[in-house]
Design a protein around this ligand. Structure first.
Ligand code: CA
Length: 506
């Protein structure tokens, strides 16, 4: 297939995005010559647009022209005014329900996972040690290094040991209404599917986040929890942690992978460092993979409130009932209020890098971001760090911040995350493997050993969304099954557990 020069998404669009850096005077198509040098992924006007006129991409009004724009002109982020956010009141629902049978058939229907007593299966077999307070983090990090060196070699069936050292636990308004979010995140991460039901919690002893806030009474015992202030000095506390870890590792070592249906798989989708191609190549390809997982009975979660807010009416159309639509509206309103309390609006997103990548504003970013959810119905809407109760496509509200969305989805129990990027990020998570998909081939050429899959051939017109989507789906199952390792894990590039805490710090 010949490489194309530009990408037009919908017939009614009055802009296109250029596939390469395009010099001034280039004939993009018959009768259209670029008026300026246009950077890769940036927009060009297809017709004269008067001041106040609509700028349309994805069939959606991205904004209104501040000044007259001539046919062939480069349209950058300074040239359009942001439209009003769509209202979340009385949104129409159920008007775009793609029948299950029309979703793409998965090319593989089973995977090899670690079955759990309840909830989704694990993609890894890890000993997870969770702190109740950041004060214990230094001790735990040192202890985990020793566990890896001194104990882990004895247990070949265990993939690793993770110190879950989040910033929460003390010096916080623990009874504030919004504190339910960080507390729920820690409660749920203790039970992460990749930890196989083995509970190991390390506290300091005087923190506000007491064991009874994250564990039921029957689990609070000397088998599962360890309080640093109970031990006399360094050696005693290290020995206690290593001793408890050894017992947990013995049990985890008995776990083995077994062939499981896709209904045992929970996958998270996220994007970050997006550009104007993210919505053309990487996100729709990931969306195709998401549709395949849903068609196979599995569960896919997407998030990032500020990046779907401007397309919320499109998500409501995919809700099958009023209850799901109402839950979606609730989460959007909560976030609108949260931003308002901080004195900002949704235009606090995108970033300078997003803009350099051709994304003019949050409306354009949202249209690309939503594409990673595929086309299926939204069966459930969750608050941050809640666990799904259904199979299918789930909307789990989280911040769009990469390093906060990741831990929120981990708390919700994802076995792995697929992460789409345009500009590039080394992001990874130590609890759930992260597969990185880039939107342009230049990104893959540049970061050949950091990005797992390039969807760039979709941007150039050399591959279809279905082709790259199938490639992503097959890699998801290979990574989930332990048959492949994404680059973030090969290099050990893992971000911190930055759980979402919208409540006050005291
Ligand atoms: Ca993000």
């Amino acid at each position: 297939m010949a490489r194309r020069k530009y990408v037009k998404i919908k017939d009614q669009d009055n802009v296109v995005v250029v596939v390469q850096d395009t010099p001034k005077g280039t004939e993009l198509m018959e009768g259209l010559v670029t008026g300026q040098d246009v950077p890769q992924a940036h927009k060009v006007a297809l017709a004269d647009i008067p001041a106040g006129g609509e700028i349309v991409r994805y069939g959606v009004v991205l904004g209104y022209a501040i000044h007259d724009i001539k046919k062939g002109d480069w349209i950058n982020e300074h040239m359009l005014e942001l439209p009003e956010s769509p209202s979340v009141d009385n949104m129409e629902y159920g008007t775009n329900l793609v029948p299950f049978e029309e979703l793409p058939m998965p090319t593989r229907t089973t995977w090899m996972g670690y079955k759990n007593a309840e909830g989704p299966a694990g993609t890894r077999n890890l000993l997870g040690i969770v702190t109740t307070v950041q004060c214990a983090a230094g001790v735990l990090k040192v202890a985990v290094e020793r566990i890896k060196k001194e104990l882990l070699p004895k247990y070949p069936n265990v993939d690793g040991v993770v110190a879950v050292t989040h910033p929460y636990g003390c010096g916080v308004a623990i009874n504030a209404p919004m504190a339910v979010i960080p507390i729920r995140a820690i409660t749920n991460v203790i039970r992460h599917p990749n930890f196989g039901g083995e509970i190991m919690v390390v506290g300091l002893g005087c923190e506000k986040l007491t064991y009874d806030r994250v564990l039921p009474p029957e689990d609070i015992n000397s088998e599962n929890v360890l309080t640093l202030q109970d031990y006399a000095g360094h050696d005693a506390m290290m020995n206690a942690i290593l001793e408890m870890a050894d017992k947990k590792l013995q049990r985890l070592n008995k776990r083995t992978r077994e062939e499981l249906p896709l209904s045992e798989l929970l996958v998270g989708m996220q994007c970050g460092g997006s550009d104007a191609f993210s919505g053309v190549s990487a996100n729709p390809s990931a969306g195709f993979a998401a549709d395949m997982i849903v068609r196979g009975g599995g569960t896919v979660m997407f998030s990032e409130v500020t990046e779907v807010r401007d397309g919320v009416h499109m998500l409501a159309a995919r809700c099958p009932d009023a209850r799901t639509r109402d839950r979606l509206a609730e989460e959007m309103k909560w976030y609108d209020d949260y931003l308002a309390q901080g004195g900002v609006g949704r235009d606090a997103n995108p970033t300078p890098g997003n803009k350099k990548g051709g994304l003019a504003n949050i409306v354009e970013k949202a249209m690309g971001s939503i594409a990673k959810s595929g086309t299926s119905q939204i069966v459930e809407v969750l608050s941050p760090a809640q666990k799904p109760t259904k199979h299918g496509l789930i909307y789990a509200a989280t911040p769009a911040s990469d390093i906060v969305c990741g831990p929120s989805q981990v708390a919700s129990g994802i076995g792995l995350q697929v992460f789409m990027t345009g500009r590039g990020t080394p992001y990874g998570l130590d609890i759930s493997p992260v597969i990185k998909v880039c939107s342009r081939n230049e990104m893959k050429d540049h970061w050949f050993d950091l990005i797992d899959i390039s969807a760039g051939d979709v941007a150039t017109g050399e591959k279809t969304i279905a082709e790259v989507g199938t490639e992503i789906f097959e890699f998801i199952l290979a990574v989930a099954s332990g048959e492949a390792e994404p680059y973030s894990d090969k290099h050990g590039f893992h971000n911190d557990m930055c759980i979402f805490n919208p409540a006050p710090i005291t």
